[in-house]
Design a protein around this ligand. Structure first.
Ligand SMILES: C[S@@+](CC[C@H](N)C(=O)[O-])C[C@H]1O[C@@H](n2cnc3c(N)ncnc32)[C@H](O)[C@@H]1O
Length: 213
């Protein structure tokens, strides 16, 4: 199995385990950032397109690039969305990002995508992504957190499932936040769900270039 095979069941499975919490986290930037009008948006590991559908409604004038390596996921996203203004790219984000101009996106979105990668990969991927962000841009991230024993337990079970059923590289939840900070990015919290297990953040380059300075 892979994300292609999982794609038709992905939403049902998610709803069974988390209810609407993940979709609320995905859409938090659209709520928090009402009235904004980005011109260029990059969505990484877009999945079945539920965020894309909501983003199209909120940002109708935006030109959106949606990258995913799973054809099954992209097919669902295409079906769900009026594709005017959307460029779908099938491929490994690490390769596709190399072809994108630097500083070319007002908004970058990665929902439950960074957790697919091992920490060493994130060390290269995070700066690759950050390079595409325009000065003053926003990188919206929804993710899980691994602060408490029960959260680490649930994540352990989730990784066993995704390692068995998909090509997910990470075998443990990576501390992506440290990698983001070491690349000069700082988060502003947009919301938390399920007792803090799910978070949505707006990551932005900090003015000093050193996060936490
Ligand atoms: C856990 S799912 C999250 C999907 C979606 N963002 C969401 O919020 O449900 C991870 C997604 O990232 C995609 N993905 C994983 N590794 C990738 C890579 N190296 N390049 C592009 N897409 C990737 C998978 O195909 C899958 O659709």
């Amino acid at each position: 199995m892979s994300y292609d095979a999982l794609a038709p069941f992905y939403e049902r499975l998610e709803t069974l385990v988390f209810g609407r919490a993940l979709q609320r986290a995905r859409c938090a930037p659209l709520e928090a950032w009402k009235g904004s009008d980005p011109r260029t948006v990059l969505i990484l590991g877009d999945g079945d397109g539920r965020f894309l559908e909501a983003a199209r409604r909120r940002w109708p004038a935006a030109s959106i690039t949606s990258i995913d390596q799973s054809e099954g996921m992209l097919a669902l996203a295409r079906k769900r969305t009026d594709s005017s203004g959307v460029r779908f790219v099938r491929g490994d984000a690490r390769v596709v990002l190399e072809e994108l101009d630097s500083k070319s996106f007002d908004v970058i979105v990665s929902h439950f995508f960074l957790d697919c990668f091992a920490l060493e990969t994130l060390g290269e991927l995070v700066p690759q992504i950050a390079r595409c962000l325009r000065p003053g841009g926003h990188w919206f991230v929804s993710e899980f957190t691994a602060q408490t024993a029960w959260q680490r337990c649930v994540l352990w079970v989730m990784y066993r499932f995704f390692n068995l059923t998909t090509e997910t590289e990470a075998t443990l939840f990576p501390n992506y936040g440290d990698v983001m900070r070491s690349n000069g990015l700082e988060p502003a919290r947009l919301g938390t769900w399920r007792a803090g297990f799910i978070v949505a953040d707006d990551w932005r380059p900090c003015p000093s270039g050193v996060a936490g300075a």
